[in-house]
Design a protein around this ligand. Structure first.
Ligand code: NCD
Ligand code: ZN
Ligand code: ZN
Length: 343
C-alpha cells in the first residue's frame, strides 16, 4: 500500500498553549486534524467556563485563513471545582470534559487535585450530567519510581473511581503501559484511552541509550519495549476504546535542552505521519482510520467528520525548528526524513 485515504481525523489530546507559542504551533494541527481536545494546563489554568470560552476565541483568532479547525475545550479540575461548574460545562456546546491532573504529576499541574477522593462529589455530578473525565494517570508521591507511577495510579486511584462511578465516561490519557492497556480493555465501554505517536514508536532506549535525548522526554515517561508492543497491539486492534491523542506539548527548545528539561514532545508537525509509520510497521494501516477518525468522535458523542485526507508513501523532512520572535521550538524527529506524507 502506498496511498491511504481516511476520513478527516481528530486529535483527542492536544496542548497548544497561548500567545506566541499558540501562534507558532496551531497551523501544524489545523492542517491535519478537523478538531482537537484542547488541554487546559495553562498558567494560570483554565478553570472556568468564561476562561475556556475566551481561550477558544484566542485559538480561533490565530487559525490560518480558511481553516475550519474546531478547538474542543476542557476545564482543569481543582480542589475548588464545584457541582455548579459541572452543570455549566454540561450546558456548554464548546466545553467537552474536565481534566484531572494529580497535583505535581506533570507540566503545569501545581493547581491540580491533591486529594482525589475530595473530588468525588464533582465526579458524581459529571456522571449524572454525562460529562467525561480525562485523567493524567500517574501517582505523584516521590517514593514511587517514575516508571511505575501509571500502574500504581490505576491500582490505587483509578480502579476505585471506576467502581464507584460506573456510568462516568473516563479517558485515561496517553497510556504507556501494558497494565493500562489491560485495564482499559477489560473495563466497561465507558472507559477509553488515548495513545501518543511517541509511545507507539519508541521505548525508553530512544531517550536514554547512547546519550540523553530530551525531545523524547514526556510524561508519562517512555517505558520498556514490552509496553510499547502492548500499546501498538491496542491501537491497531480495532477496539473503539483506543483512539488518537497526540499529547503534542510544545516547550521552548532551550527549556527542553536544559539541565532540568521540561516534559512534553512537540509532535504535532508530523503527527499523522508518525501514526502511519507505527501502523505500517505492523502491517495494520487498514486500522488507522478507526483509531484516528472514528472512535474518539463516537466516544465523545460527536459526529464523525465529513471529508477525507490522503497519506502517500513519499519522503519528506520534518522542519528543524519552529520560530517564535526570539526563540525556537524543536519538533519530535526534527530534521529527519519521514516516509508517510499528508497530501
Ligand atoms: C504535557 C505538557 O507539557 O503540558 N507534558 C507531557 O509531558 N505530556 C502535560 C501532560 O500531558 O502531562
Ligand atoms: Zn498528561
Ligand atoms: Zn498532555
Amino acid at each position: 500500500m502506498d496511498k491511504l485515504t481516511i476520513v478527516r481525523p481528530d486529535d483527542w489530546h492536544l496542548h497548544v498553549r497561548t500567545g506566541a507559542v499558540l501562534h507558532a504551533v496551531i497551523a501544524a494541527t489545523a492542517q491535519q486534524f478537523a478538531r482537537a481536545i484542547i488541554m487546559p494546563n495553562l498558567k494560570p489554568p483554565v478553570t472556568s467556563v468564561e476562561q475556556a470560552l475566551s481561550y477558544r476565541e484566542e485559538i480561533l483568532s490565530v487559525l490560518p485563513a480558511g481553516s475550519d479547525f474546531q478547538p474542543l475545550m476542557t476545564l482543569y479540575l481543582t480542589g475548588l471545582t464545584s457541582v455548579n461548574d459541572v452543570k455549566q460545562v454540561a450546558a456548554s456546546e464548546h466545553i467537552h470534559a474536565f481534566k484531572l491532573y494529580p497535583a505535581g504529576a506533570t507540566t503545569n499541574s501545581d493547581s491540580g487535585v491533591s486529594n482525589i477522593e475530595a473530588a468525588y462529589p464533582v465526579f458524581e455530578a459529571m456522571e449524572k450530567h454525562d460529562v467525561p473525565l480525562l485523567v493524567h494517570g500517574e501517582v505523584t508521591d516521590e517514593k514511587y519510581d517514575i516508571f511505575d507511577r501509571e500502574k500504581i495510579f490505576i491500582d490505587s486511584q483509578l480502579q476505585a473511581i471506576v467502581n464507584r462511578f460506573p456510568n462516568l465516561r473516563i479517558v485515561m490519557e496517553h497510556v504507556t503501559t501494558e497494565e493500562a492497556v489491560q485495564f482499559v480493555a477489560s473495563a466497561a465501554d465507558k472507559i477509553a484511552a488515548t495513545i501518543t505517536p511517541q509511545h507507539l514508536l519508541y521505548n525508553r532506549n530512544a531517550m536514554l541509550a547512547g546519550g540523553i535525548r530530551p525531545h523524547f522526554y514526556c510524561l508519562p515517561i517512555l517505558k520498556r519495549e514490552q509496553h510499547r508492543q502492548a500499546l501498538v497491539a491496542a491501537a491497531t486492534s480495532g477496539s473503539p476504546k483506543f483512539f488518537l491523542g497526540t499529547d503534542s506539548a510544545p516547550h521552548l527548545t532551550h527549556l527542553k535542552e536544559h539541565s532540568c528539561g521540561c516534559a512534553g514532545c512537540f509532535n504535532a508537525p508530523a503527527a499523522l505521519s508518525l501514526y502511519a509509520e507505527a501502523f505500517d510497521q505492523v502491517g495494520k494501516l487498514d486500522k488507522l482510520e478507526g483509531f484516528a477518525s472514528f472512535f474518539g468522535a463516537d466516544f465523545y458523542g460527536l459526529p464523525r467528520n465529513q471529508g477525507h485526507v490522503t497519506l502517500a508513501k513519499t519522503d519528506w523532512q520534518v522542519p528543524e525548528v519552529f520560530h517564535l520572535a526570539n526563540e525556537t521550538i524543536t519538533p519530535l524527529r526534527a530534521g529527519e526524513t519521514l516516509h508517510w506524507q499528508l497530501l
